[in-house]
Design a protein around this ligand. Sequence first.
Ligand SMILES: C[S@@+](CC[C@H](N)C(=O)[O-])C[C@H]1O[C@@H](n2cnc3c(N)ncnc32)[C@H](O)[C@@H]1O
Ligand SMILES: Nc1nc2[nH]cc(C(=O)O)c2c(=O)[nH]1
Ligand code: SF4
Ligand SMILES: [Mg+2]
Length: 259
Amino acid sequence: MPVADDADGVDEAVDRSGSAGDLPVNELFCSLQGEGRLAGVPSVFVRTSGCNLRCWFCDSYHTSWEPTGDWYSVEDVVAAVEGYDADHVVLTGGEPLVHEASVDLLDELHDRGYHTTVETNGTIYRDAPIDLASVSPKLASSTPTADRDPKGDGEWADRHEDRRLDVPTLSELVESYETQLKFVVTGPEDVAEIESLVSRVREAADAAVPDDRVLLMPEGQTRDELEATRGVVADLAIEYGYRYTPRLHVDLWNDAPGT
Ligand SMILES: C[S@@+](CC[C@H](N)C(=O)[O-])C[C@H]1O[C@@H](n2cnc3c(N)ncnc32)[C@H](O)[C@@H]1O
Ligand SMILES: Nc1nc2[nH]cc(C(=O)O)c2c(=O)[nH]1
Ligand code: SF4
Ligand SMILES: [Mg+2]
């Protein structure tokens, strides 16, 4: 069913479509972590629906531009996770931290001994048992201007632009959790903004952000798209001393759902 798309672009439909405390889940599956420092680790993915941003390139269109999903109690999500033989859970979306119930889910998973990674755009802070905050701050190149809007005519551009970077929130995440900053890179023109943002976070945060916690990830939803960006992004990682991350799941399974 569709998840309500309110003015904020996040679901506030708990009282309309689900019980308080439930989570809108777009998909739940077991795969290999495809991105970042834990790439290759078997993990259960819980993909919530609803996002406060609208990246033009979003590879999870049905959690952002046209959010869909079914409402589950935290208890039912935990039971589904326990059905797989994995000890790592990746909570993603959409933007999982728009949902208060994500904290309840993380609490329950932590109590059962799971390692938790949260994939987040870094605009929302929540206090939760997060083992790895996989933060992907959104660059200017993500903004859905009229010429690259996948749905409309640039109606989201201003809201996306206003919200996409929040240095105090990024600093709080870096200070509170083991963090990786994982940038989606479309080309060399993105690097100046990454350099400037990393310095601002280093100045603002009372915690170190070493270069090997700054990851450059090629933009691309398919093998063909990655073919065009990965070489350029690998060269940028070498030139600037940041880490490169592949998109292992795309290499393995292209853009198949549930991978
Ligand atoms: C769908 S997002 C969900 C989590 C959160 N909203 C975020 O953006 O970090 C999951 C990851 O996929 C990345 N991503 C989304 N679309 C992508 C694309 N076309 N190419 C490369 N990475 C992409 C995001 O930057 C993020 O790291
Ligand atoms: N295999 C796999 N690894 C991933 N790492 C982060 C993902 C995400 O969508 O957040 C993702 C995903 O969708 N699939
Ligand atoms: S922040 Fe994440 S889920 Fe939201 S539109 Fe961007 S990539 Fe998609
Ligand atoms: Mg993904």
